[in-house]
Design a protein around this ligand. Sequence first.
Ligand SMILES: Nc1ncnc2c1ncn2[C@@H]1O[C@H](COP(=O)(O)OP(=O)(O)OP(=O)(O)O)[C@@H](O)[C@H]1O
Ligand SMILES: C[C@@](O)(CCO)CC(=O)[O-]
Length: 513
Amino acid sequence: MATGKAPLLNTDSSSAAISNGGPVQFVRLEEDLERFSLGRRSTMPAVNGDTQLLRLRTGPERKFSSPMMPAFMVSAPGKVIVYGEHAVVHGKAAIAGAISLRSYLLVTTLSKSRRTVTLRFPDISLDHTWNIEDLPWSTFQHPSKKKFYYSLVTSLDPDLIEAMKPHISNISPHLPPETRKIHQASASGFLYLYLSLGSQTSPASIFTLRSTIPIGAGLGSSASICVCLSSALLLQIRALSGPHPDQPGEEASLQLERINRWAFVGEMCIHGNPSGVDNTVASGGKAVVFKREDYQKPPTVTLLKNFPELPLLLVNTRQSRSTHTEVAKVGVLKKAHPVVTNMMLDAIDKVTESAHTLISSPKFDKNDPATLQHLGELIVINHGLLVSLGVSHPKLERIRELVDHAGVGWAKLTGAGGGGCAIAVLKPGVKHETLQGLEVQLDSEGFEIYQTTLGGDGVGVLWPAVLKNGSDEDGGEEIDQEKFLMAVGNEGVERLVGVGMDETREGWKFWRY
Ligand SMILES: Nc1ncnc2c1ncn2[C@@H]1O[C@H](COP(=O)(O)OP(=O)(O)OP(=O)(O)O)[C@@H](O)[C@H]1O
Ligand SMILES: C[C@@](O)(CCO)CC(=O)[O-]
């Protein structure tokens, strides 16, 4: 059994060393399943793609049955890259942290007589159903192609992409090409994972997704949905244990690693050449230093346990763009000017390293003005280098100019650039009126401002999809599709199922390193 290599997870101060492809433990989930499997006893799941079949001994011969699962929900955060975007694609380090904006995915298992799988993604107006039997299982299940829930997949298989094509190319045929591209990207991410992890006997299901993360804004929306899809599919095939509050850190890390590996595969479908930093933060949350020098091997992830609560302003240009395009731009520049581009990528690496050294120093004090000045100057240098790489945008430059002019702090683009978001680290002691003046100006120019702190939880599970929500319903309020789809705007979604930085919401559980 090829388990592949686990990522090296170091931690700074109070360290949590982790995960090394040991045997998976199904204990907790099996317990949960028993509660929901009509009282029938199940054995351990098989370790191939047929894990959703529980083997039930009902006499001399074995029968297969797929008991109904309760509706359940998963959620994963977006992220902000503080230092190192783009360079991280080329093997350099980046520092990134989870934010409180999140995606939420409700998984509804249909009755056994139904043989369809549906994506309901209202944020992008996608609603698509496949007949499970029509999907190219034979290609994905072929012994030369078959992947397992514990496999390490570092590139997409062209034959599998080809086999998926007819099932992707007929999605939303009457919509404009730009919209179809978005639909097909999300559907490809799902289908590749579904066909890799499931089987022809996978239960009929509806996957309903809503996200509070702006799309194509540099905040890791695609990674967040990929983590939701990966964790939901792994939970459906019972390949994850937990999460539960008393789960040992090592076991939780192993589950996170599995989720993260498959989320990376989804990211490859959506944006081509991801570094893996976004899905790593969306899986594990917190703040990390991330580096992937060799794409055939897992990345090195260093948890920044004491990442400071930086006073951060997050501003969205509302100029949407694709990460795929921006990453490709840097690739083209590197080909045309290898020496100069490599020097800029190296310089970004040094910026990240300098920030990391400072943040992890025992003397680090986030309230010390000189310290913030140092981190702020690194922000400005990092932005300048990204401009030189050609991934800024006039609107990002305008935000930088306004922040500079107001004298409130240090700004840079975050994520892929080309539009999307900028972050500003605020100077200590900035007057409230000054900051308010800046916010009014940004708002009047059409920019959107978010309040955020970095370092929240990663992927979480609500199993079954029931929350207290102050409801009188026996055992809590059941979150069904209709309620979820009817929730109005981000506020409605957060009010119904939200779990961000500050809420401790009964029901949601997280794998924690
Ligand atoms: N809420 C959502 N519903 C469905 N699909 C989504 C959603 N959010 C993101 N996606 C998918 O992810 C794509 C956007 O990913 P992209 O990597 O370009 O931007 P991002 O992840 O927001 O930014 P960055 O990678 O810079 O952090 C969309 O085109 C869509 O295919
Ligand atoms: C631009 C990039 O560095 C960050 C996108 O959020 C791409 C990546 O790391 O995959």
